[in-house]
Design a protein around this ligand. Sequence first.
Ligand SMILES: [Zn+2]
Length: 91
Amino acid sequence: MKKRNKIKILGQWVTIEHCKLPESDDEEVDTILGDCDVSTRTIRIDKDLEGVAYTRILRHEMFHMKVGLSGIGELLDLKLEEALAVLAEVD
Ligand SMILES: [Zn+2]
């Protein structure tokens, strides 16, 4: 998948930044490969990811953005949203 710097999700432009993400402060998470900030409409993805790994993380973060922008996130607990985001990584 070609790396794009902007993508439209639910009619809104979302910025995609390819960068080095900060270390995780969550003991259960080793490395953060992507994150999603709905308030600033920004997805960040580890700049070293390529190919299938890149596509999976992009789809994962796009799912979080879609859930956040739509307001459906208000209805989901975080564990369920995370499980669904993992499901959204693959066809
Ligand atoms: Zn997630």
